[in-house]
Design a protein around this ligand. Structure first.
Ligand SMILES: C[S@@+](CC[C@H](N)C(=O)[O-])C[C@H]1O[C@@H](n2cnc3c(N)ncnc32)[C@H](O)[C@@H]1O
Length: 215
């Protein structure tokens, strides 16, 4: 239905090898959520518990001067425009901190209170909520950022404005536990909504990004 345009990749730093993720539990959950819409109280507890346990080390093990290069490249070469931005699954806001000044309104949401409790200085307003059921009106968001975060297709479609944009980033590309290739992001959105979505994508070092909007 929609089209995918591939831009040339850029050089960039790699985050280092944290081991293969082929059978990582979060990869299984990523595919369950995106393809089947499966999300239940057991998964909420499991995912929240995992990220609560990682929160105190998250910034120290991920923050580096080039961490946000893929997301910024997605915004710039992906031609992303808008006033009201949500980063869902923002974690400790390593990225959100660098983006707040680019937009009129920037809000960060995460399921894990511990992640938000450990948010870096300069983080935007924080909300603890579940991305499967966002406390937002229909069409409220111009730009939705999902970096290393699950794809709740119905909520993406409900909360994005008509001309809104989804920005999908995987910091370690296919080695990211919560990863989907662009074709799967577009395919899951089309399957869920019944209409076409276009994408432009690229790479920065090992990272992959896609900017996706309704066709
Ligand atoms: C892999 S971390 C990525 C954090 C941040 N985006 C980054 O790249 O540093 C995934 C984040 O998504 C959050 N998350 C997972 N499921 C969620 C949900 N249903 N609603 C909101 N946040 C969720 C987790 O708590 C965690 O902070």
């Amino acid at each position: 239905m929609g089209t995918i345009r591939h831009l040339p990749g850029l050089d960039g730093a790699d985050e280092g090898n944290r081991g293969t993720v082929a059978n990582h539990r979060m990869r299984q959950v990523t595919e369950l959520v995106a393809t089947s819409g499966i999300w239940n109280p057991g998964l909420v507890d499991e995912v929240r518990g995992l990220f609560d346990s990682l929160a105190s080390e998250w910034t120290a093990t991920r923050d580096n001067p080039r961490r946000n290069a893929p997301l910024i490249d997605a915004l710039e070469r992906g031609g992303v425009d808008g006033r009201i931005v949500l980063e869902l699954g923002a974690g400790t806001c390593i990225s959100a901190r660098d983006l707040v000044d680019r937009f009129d309104t920037f809000v960060a949401i995460d399921l894990s209170w511990e992640m938000l409790f450990h948010a870096v200085d300069g983080a935007p307003p924080l909300i603890c909520a579940d991305g499967s059921s966002l406390p937002l009106a229909e069409g409220a968001i111009d730009v939705l950022i999902l970096q290393n975060m699950f794809l709740f297709t119905s909520e993406v479609d409900r909360c994005l404005a008509d001309n809104g944009t989804l920005v999908w980033v995987n910091s370690r590309g296919p080695e990211t536990p919560i990863h989907l290739p662009t074709e799967a992001v577009v395919g899951c959105l089309e399957e869920s909504t019944g209409y076409g979505w276009d994408a432009v994508d690229s790479t920065v070092g090992e990272a992959t990004w896609a900017v996706v909007s309704r066709a």
